[in-house]
Each structure stands twice: as C-alpha cells, then as structure tokens.
Ligand binder design. Structure first.
Ligand code: COA
Length: 348
C-alpha cells in the first residue's frame, strides 16, 4: 500500500525559478536574491517585474481601471470580513485579465473595502505613485514617504514564498488550464485561514492581552494549557526563525529611526523571547519560532493600518507571487491530481 503524505509535508510538487525556502538555514530567496537584500531595497514593482520575467511593471493605469470597476462589484465590498470581501471582489474580475490588472485590483479593492468599513468613501488611485504609496494613500487619505517605504518593504517581504498553501491552491487551479482570476480568487480563500495568512490580527490581540512583558509567561502558559496555539509562532518549513520576521523587525526599527514610534516593538520582542522558550519546553522535538506574521502585526499596526486589513494586505503583496506561479505552472506544469485512500468499510 502507498504511504500517505499527510499535509504533503516534504513532497516536492514542482520545479520553480521563483523562490526558495531553506527551512534549515532560515533563508528565503526570491528570484535569485535573499529576502533581506530585497525588502527595503527594491520596490514592489521591481520585484514583481523580476518574478513575471518582464522589463518593467506599471500598476498605476491598472489601478485606475480597477477603481472604475468598484460600482460593478455589487455587495462584495459590503461584506464585514476583509478577506471575504476581497475574494468576492476578485471573483468578479473578467477572466481575461492579466497579472498587472489582477495585482493592481488587489490593492484597490482592499483599500476601498477598508474605507467603506470605516464609513468613508473610497479614494481614487493616483496612477503616478508607486503601488505601496498609493495603496496606503487610498486607505488612509495620505501616505508619507517613510510609511510608504515600510509598507513597500512589507509587500516585498511577502511577495512569494515557495509552495505555500495559497500558492499551491493557485497552481492547482491553473493546472486545469483555468484562468488567472479563478486561480487568484481560490488563493485568497486559502490565505484567509489562521494557519496561513490569518494570524497577524490574532498576534495583535495577543500583544494587547499580554499588555506588559512580565505578564507574557503566565499568559502564554495559560493559552497552551487551554490547547490554543500561539499565533505568529511555528512554521511548517522553517526549523529556525523565519527570515521575514527579521526583515519586518528591521523595517519597524527603520520607522522608529524616522521618528515613527512603535508602541508594540519592545513588547513584541519580549513576548517572542518568552514564547520561544515556553514552546521549546513544551515541544522539545520541534523548533517553534517566530514566523512572518509575528512582526507583520507590529509593522502594519505601526504603519497605521487597521487590523482588519492585515490579511488583505498580505494578499495585496502575495498576489504578484500567485500570478508568477500561475504563469510558471502553465508553462512547465502538468495537471495536479493526487490520489486518496478509500477507507469506508465495505458493505457486508
Ligand atoms: N503554538 C502552539 N503549539 C504549536 C504551534 C504554536 N504556534 N505550532 C505548532 N504547534 C504544535 C501543534 O499544536 C502540534 O502539537 P500536537 O502534536 O501536540 O498536536 C505540533 O506543534 C505540530 O503542529 P502541526 O500543526 O502538525 O505543525 P505544522 O507544521 O502544520 O504547523 C503552523 C505549522 C504554522 C500551522 C503552526 O506552527 C501554527 O499553527 N502556528 C500558529 C499560526 C500561525 O502563526 N500561522 C502563520 C503561519 S506563517
């Protein structure tokens, strides 16, 4: 009988030139460059261009087109959860759209949803601005260079990450020769879950509940006793600290150097330290350390984004990676169709 690869752990399902996750060394390489040499160095559009194998990416005009579609989205942006809204809005894009238009739409729809949720009118895009700057401006009404640079560093840090669950979802859909919009819509659904992209909101809840470093140990022990997971800790592939945690922590430090103080950084560092120790004691055979979501919460909060927008903002960055994987799957892949083992007892 064939072995079952539960969760497909350790199974290689594709060759890719897009990104590489080295879980032992704690290294993430995106299109040939380490994430710490990309995030805060190259702009989101530049990294998207490398992933898409094109000279240059200009998302501005496509943002304007996406904004013009808002009136056609029905009640999608009225949904109370940001990822539900994004999924419903993306699903309504014409299936003929390309990577530029789909990626631009992600930013416009997430920002418009956030404005509507706050009872405010959506802000039209400025096509001349870089994507991160304009997305921030469409959410908050203004975007300083410092905050926009931090958001840009975030979008680059999360743009692609090997065969993660949402990327795999997109590739499965693409492997049937379905369209890019369908693949991205499915990927949004996969990203929503707390074991994938849904963790940063709960990380902020945790920091608020802990309140002060000296409360961390008792609070964390209580959570584990109750059978709950510590959000922002642990990873399927990384056996050491997620390199994106360091990149995002650094981005918060840069903000602080520019006078944008983070009320959470000191507490987050203290909670991470205690959580690492408490989890190591409880799971001595595993290495449960901070993942990308831990400092995502601190960074996006410091940038001034509401927590309801944290996971949609992850999608705003990752959508460029999904598009690249869909193109690669189409070019090099095969229908993805694993097997299952039938275990229902046969009728007597
Ligand atoms: N807090 C507490 N326990 C954790 C944990 C965490 N953050 N992460 C893993 N564990 C425990 C599980 O409870 C499980 O224990 P058990 O064997 O006693 O049931 C064990 O470690 C293995 O967990 P499993 O879910 O099989 O590992 P995985 O490789 O699938 O886990 C994650 C990867 C990311 C899903 C997991 O670490 C997690 O749930 N983290 C918290 C959510 C999060 O931060 N998500 C964002 C990911 S980028």
């Amino acid at each position: 009988m064939k072995d079952i690869a539960h969760g497909l752990e350790g199974i290689v399902v594709a060759e890719t030139a897009l990104s590489h996750v080295d879980g032992e060394r704690g290294e993430l390489i995106i299109a040939g460059t380490r994430v710490d040499e990309l995030s805060g160095v190259q702009k989101f559009e530049q990294v998207a261009a490398t992933l898409w194998n094109v000279e240059r990416v200009d998302l501005g005009p496509a943002r304007v087109e996406a904004f013009a579609r808002l009136s056609t989205l029905g009640g999608a942006l009225e949904l109370s959860d940001g990822m539900d809204a994004l999924r419903a809005a993306m699903a309504q894009l014409p299936s003929s759209l390309d990577a530029t238009h789909v990626t631009a739409a992600g930013g416009v729809f997430a920002a418009a949803w956030s404005r509507k949720r706050a009872g405010l009118a959506p802000i039209a895009p400025d096509p001349k601005l870089p994507h991160a700057t304009d997305v921030l401006r469409m959410v908050k009404g203004e975007a300083t260079d410092t905050l926009a640079a931090a958001l840009d560093a975030y979008l680059v840090a999360v743009i692609d990450h090997g065969m993660n669950a949402s990327t795999f979802t997109a590739r499965v859909i693409a492997s049937t020769q379905s369209d890019l919009v369908s693949a991205v819509t499915g990927a949004v659904g996969a990203l929503k879950g707390p074991l994938h992209g849904g963790a940063p909101g709960p990380v902020l809840d945790m920091l608020e509940a802990v309140g002060r470093p000296e409360n961390a140990e008792a609070w964390l022990r209580c959570e584990l006793e109750a059978g709950r997971r510590v959000m922002g800790m642990g990873h399927r592939v990384y056996k050491v600290r997620d390199p994106r945690a360091a990149v995002l922590e650094r981005a918060v430090e840069v903000l602080e150097k520019h006078g944008v103080s983070s009320s959470r950084l000191t507490l987050a560092r203290a909670v991470e330290k205690v959580a690492t120790r408490v989890l190591a004691a409880r799971y001595p055979d595993r290495s449960l350390q901070a993942n990308v979501e831990f400092y995502t919460a601190v960074l996006l909060d410091t940038v001034g984004l509401p927590r309801s927008l944290f996971t949609p903002m992850f999608a705003v960055g990752r959508v460029a990676g999904w598009c690249a994987h869909v193109a690669e799957q189409r070019a090099t892949g095969r229908l993805i169709r694993p097997e299952s083992r039938y275990v229902r007892p046969s009728k007597p």
